[in-house]
Design a protein around this ligand. Structure first.
Ligand SMILES: Cc1cc2nc3c(=O)[nH]c(=O)nc-3n(C[C@H](O)[C@H](O)[C@H](O)COP(=O)(O)OP(=O)(O)OC[C@H]3O[C@@H](n4cnc5c(N)ncnc54)[C@H](O)[C@@H]3O)c2cc1C
Ligand code: FES
Length: 275
């Protein structure tokens, strides 16, 4: 797996904060130190509001994956959905606001030469998948993207996916766009059709579990990007622990251990996770 890089603490200036509808937002930040170091799959811890006045509410920064990185322009872009106080505050920050950002953090996607790269995104797990699709396509790799959501209103930035020239298969639970059903169904059909390569996935845990099972069944290298509640992002608070599977090669699972999503992940080899 790729090694982590040294993170930088930076006052990131909001350049654009655009509502995309249905609670989704696109946030562009000027953060040259972070942009220069980040790779697809890294994340950053971002304070949702500037530290002004006597209140430090919310006290803790929030973790976000990179959607896009432009080291030449010194900018990074995030895509987020408002789910609570922190993300609602973040959605209200106007251009010019400076927010405390620490990053890049964690381990990014590994560089696996197997082709095609089969990328699976579910809901708000889309950002590190678009970032990876952009990076792999720029390197001339064959990329196939499977992107699912509850409905059409959960599928965003499709023009950006299409601009990578990756093949794009959409799926929605309600059938309002693309395949009706789970995004892993067209993926499974593609694998049954003989696709090999490498699987990369980010999205809700049931989707990741299903992708991990498919990877195991078809004997493909499989990487998943996990989410967990995070307070520090740097391995100190141990709030982001997930159970890990320690295979000992004997066919029996070794005693369970734990991994910190912030420093051991967020990208894990799927077989490492105790699903
Ligand atoms: C490595 C990583 C990358 C992430 N990237 C993105 C991203 O690109 N875009 C995006 O929209 N979100 C992303 N998230 C999730 C995002 O950090 C949370 O949605 C955010 O912290 C919620 O803050 P809040 O104050 O609005 O909500 P809170 O009030 O803190 O929580 C609201 C609800 O969301 C749940 N929740 C909070 N954090 C998480 C979490 N990490 N995982 C699962 N449930 C959670 C809480 O249990 C609660 O039910 C990422 C999380 C991690 C760990
Ligand atoms: S978020 Fe603190 S240890 Fe991972």
């Amino acid at each position: 797996m790729s090694r982590p890089v040294e993170p930088k603490l930076e006052a990131a200036e909001v350049r654009e904060n655009r509502a995309l509808g249905s609670g989704y937002h696109l946030l562009s930040l000027e953060a040259p130190e972070v942009a220069a170091r980040a790779a697809a799959g890294h994340f950053l811890m971002l304070a949702p509001a500037p530290e002004t006045g006597p209140s430090f509410d919310p006290l803790l920064p929030r973790p976000f994956s990179f959607l896009a990185r432009d080291p030449a322009a010194g900018q990074v872009q995030l895509f987020f959905r408002t789910v609570g106080r922190g993300t609602r505050l973040l959605a209200a920050q106007p251009p010019g606001t400076r927010l405390r950002a620490l990053g890049p953090l964690g381990r990014p996607w590994p560089d696996v030469p197997a082709e095609p790269a089969l990328l699976v995104a579910g809901g708000v797990g889309m950002p590190p998948i678009l970032d990876l699709a952009t990076e792999l396509a720029a390197r001339g790799r064959a990329v196939e993207v499977f992107y699912g959501g509850r409905g059409a209103c959960d599928l965003h930035l499709l023009d950006r996916f299409r601009a990578t020239r990756a093949s794009l298969t959409l799926a929605t639970d309600d059938g309002s766009q693309g395949w009706r059903g789970r995004v892993t169904e067209p993926l499974e059909a593609r694998l049954a059709d003989g696709a090999t390569g490498c699987l990369y996935a980010c999205g809700p845990t049931p989707m990741l579990r299903a992708v991990a099972r498919l990877g195991e069944r078809y004997a493909l290298p499989t990487y998943v990007s996990l989410e967990a509640p995070m307070a520090c992002g740097i391995g100190v608070c141990r709030g982001c622990a997930v159970p890990a599977r320690l295979g000992d090669g004997s066919g029996h699972d070794a005693p369970q251990s734990y991994r910190m999503v912030c420093v051991d992940g967020p990208v894990f080899e799927a077989g490492e996770v105790a699903w």
